[in-house]
Design a protein around this ligand. Sequence first.
Ligand code: TYD
Length: 130
Amino acid sequence: MNAQIIELPKFLDRRGNLSFIEQFKQVPFKIERTYWIYDVPGGEKRGGHAYKENQEFIVALSGSFDVILDDGKEHKVFHLNRSYYGLYVPKGLWRQMENFSTNSLALVLASTPYDARDYVYDYNEFKKAK
Ligand code: TYD
């Protein structure tokens, strides 16, 4: 599975820290869209689908959560809890997000505009396509 955690630049400063992301640098794709997930009630799960084409880069800007990725063969859990780490999620992986801490904020950078036809919601269909 070629998903990976990428450490972002960080400028530690007594006035407060700063990190950044540039397309094609920290993130290996052109950023076409960004969205964020917030106010997640305790115990809720997000995702539970795959994208045919869309790639993502996920950062826990605040708090923590788990991203569970599955390529049809192996299953990996990535715990995100620092705003200077991002998770690169290539296309074609089943992905779920869970264990959101109170007040967590998940920033997602995406390589394609939103398109409902890019989603695969049926795990058996996903497995068959692999
Ligand atoms: P969805 O991707 O299903 O959320 P998750 O994978 O986190 O469970 O999106 C939820 C709703 O938001 C869905 O009805 C479509 C809408 N949406 C957009 O309109 N644009 C977007 O960029 C995203 C990510 C979602």
